[in-house]
Design a protein around this ligand. Structure first.
Ligand code: DQA
Length: 145
């Protein structure tokens, strides 16, 4: 079975209590179980990783090249700052999708630029937790195309 890795970056462990006006009531646990259910339905295996540390995210991306068939990543605030995560994503040959819960283009100016998106096949943003489900379908299509 094809295997994907779903990475969530800093502060996403606080979903459910953090800035509900942007991120809603959902928790990371709920998002992971939503993804799990959807992956089972479409016969894909998924694994989750969340970290508040840039280096840990980079090391996880490195490991993904041999262990996974694709990566879905919400780099959170690192989206707007991290050339190091961009480079790590560039170094993997597997399909990659960037996802954001909120619409980063309708928020502050500094969120409108995604540094990391240069290295991914596509970006999904603004659809809340359902964006993860859309990303899973999109990556499955890429993996099997
Ligand atoms: C986010 C958007 C980022 O700008 C922000 O720093 C986050 C979450 C999102 O999912 O909407 O932490 O990636």
């Amino acid at each position: 079975m094809k295997k994907i890795l779903i990475i969530n970056g800093p502060n996403l462990n606080l979903l459910g209590s953090r800035e509900k006006n942007f991120y809603g009531d959902t928790t990371l646990k709920k998002i992971e179980s939503l993804c799990d259910q959807h992956c089972k339905k479409i016969e894909i295996e998924c694994m989750f990783f969340q970290s508040n540390h840039e280096g840990e995210i980079i090391e996880k991306i490195h490991s993904a090249d041999k262990d996974f068939d694709g990566i879905i990543i919400n780099p959170a605030a690192f989206t707007h700052t991290s050339i190091a995560i961009l480079d790590a994503l560039r170094a993997t040959s597997k399909p990659k999708i960037e996802i954001h819960i909120s619409n980063i283009y309708s928020r502050e100016d500094y969120r409108r630029k995604s540094i990391t998106s240069e290295a991914v096949n596509g970006v999904i943003c603004g659809f809340g937790e359902n964006g993860y489900v859309l990303a899973i379908d999109a990556i499955k299509n890429i993996i099997y195309s």
